[in-house]
Design a binder for this molecule. Structure first.
Ligand SMILES: Cc1ncc(COP(=O)(O)O)c(C=O)c1O
Length: 416
């Protein structure tokens, strides 16, 4: 496979731009996204699932920068949202509300009202309590709430970290299978609720089709039972979680997945919703950070960067592995095992541990790969650090998608 951010004569490029030139213009640390890689991933899914009536509802939590959202609108995407903030972003970016689904175990009344008023396609409801509150909100607003119930199929998918497994019976997500039928019956009796579909999401960074096959069989079985009781369904939502390559190998084969999913969904006569996040944007992003110091302490060598867990928390939060490469290779450099760490006052502030790396020197730039998803969106201001800038490259065209935060931005909203 061709990896994004290719190297030409030892130097890393994003589209038709040298990554080092982008940092010279926009500073470090810097997130760089390649718009063409995003488009290619989106088209790949669209083509793979062409045999069924499909809505690709991009999972906005993965990367919610407006520039990226607008580009996805232009490609025809819908959106999977989890908060009023994401609803606001998506409406601002130009998504059609009829192409939005709203997930999450803790939707508030205010969020329900806003999404109902906007006219979203469906609330993916995660509990009996939420369904009841949604019914009350719909009555007050005077508009039936479109719903799908999120089933917890009690399937534990093999993801790299327990925090990204959501389909097991012991997680907070979804409605236990033995309660699903009763809740559909209850909803069908309410004029305040309009049943639209059935939903499942089993986890994130899944590389095999098999757990999806089990989850799909499960919900299609339920869908048949629901319809047998005269309750109509429009769609099955299979959630997201389609894995990408963090180590330079292959991500998930969405084509293999489609071979399993498309015929079954087509036979059921349902519309298919998929909620890919990471698959669309993950490989399209790098975090570029600058080496401040190379420090030897005890038996270890620490490469201290100007970016760390405040810019990218995945390594410390999920023990996430990201390939790290020099932006400009030093052919003469030796390779050593190092810890790549940030400047934040936490031992857990690292980008890589015990990693064999071409030894960099102070001032060198390193690129942390596959950071287009769950990168900037999880950035924080901890240690009063301004958030980095984000740029989108499309061939030779460069768009500053978010300016670097200023010191005044850090104080915004404080009343002291
Ligand atoms: C309900 C739901 N849908 C979709 C996603 C997107 O997952 P991914 O970015 O791995 O595709 C998530 C991730 O947490 C999710 O919880």
């Amino acid at each position: 496979m061709t990896l994004p951010f290719p190297r030409i004569d030892g130097e890393m490029w994003a589209g038709e731009c040298k990554v080092a030139d982008l940092v010279a213009e926009f500073g470090s640390p810097l997130y760089v996204y390649d718009a063409r890689v995003i488009e290619a991933a989106y088209r790949r899914m669209e083509v793979a699932f062409a045999g069924v009536d499909l809505l690709l509802a991009y999972s906005v939590k993965a990367n919610s920068n407006l520039e990226i959202l607008k580009r996805l609108v232009a490609l025809g995407a819908g959106a999977d949202i989890v908060s009023r903030g994401e609803l606001h972003r998506c409406l601002t970016a130009g998504f059609s509300p009829e192409d939005m689904v709203f997930a999450g175990v803790g939707k508030t009344e205010a969020e329900m009202e806003a999404a109902l008023a906007a006219g979203i396609l469906a609330f993916n409801v995660e509990s009996a309590e939420e369904l009841e509150l949604l019914s009350q909100v719909a009555e007050r607003v005077g508009k039936p709430a479109p719903v799908a119930l999120r089933v917890n199929p009690d399937i534990v998918a093999d993801t790299p970290h327990e925090y990204t497994r959501t389909g097991g019976g012991a997680t907070k997500f979804g409605i236990p299978v033995d309660r699903v039928m009763d809740l559909y019956r209850w909803a069908a009796d309410r004029p305040t609720l309009e049943i639209r579909g059935i939903d499942v999401h089993i986890g994130s960074q899944i590389l095999e089709a098999e757990p999806y096959e089990r989850a799909l069989d499960h919900v299609l079985g339920l869908a048949a039972q629901i319809r047998a009781e005269g309750i109509d369904l429009d769609f099955v939502d299979l959630g997201g979680g389609y894995g990408v390559s963090y180590d330079g190998g292959d991500g998930m084969s969405v084509e293999d997945l489609a071979d399993i999913v498309v015929p079954r969904v087509a036979e059921a006569g349902l519309r298919l919703i998929l909620e890919p996040g990471r698959f669309i944007v993950g490989e399209a992003g790098i975090l570029v950070t600058k080496v401040l110091y190379v420090k030897h302490s005890g038996a270890k060598t620490f490469v201290v960067m100007d970016g760390g867990m405040t810019e990218l928390i995945r390594p410390s939060h999920y023990q996430g592995f990201h390939r790290i490469e020099p932006v400009i290779s030093r052919e003469e450099a030796t390779h050593e095992v190092v810890d790549v760490v940030g400047p934040i006052c936490e031992t857990g502030d690292f980008l890589a541990r015990d990693r064999m790396l071409q030894m960099p020197a102070s001032g060198d730039l390193l690129a942390v790969h596959t950071t287009g998803a769950y990168g900037f969106v999880m950035a924080s201001n901890y240690n009063s650090r301004p958030k980095p800038a984000e740029v989108v490259v499309d061939g030779a065209e460069v768009t500053l998608a978010r300016r670097r935060e200023s010191l005044d931005d850090l104080l915004r909203g404080e009343l002291g």
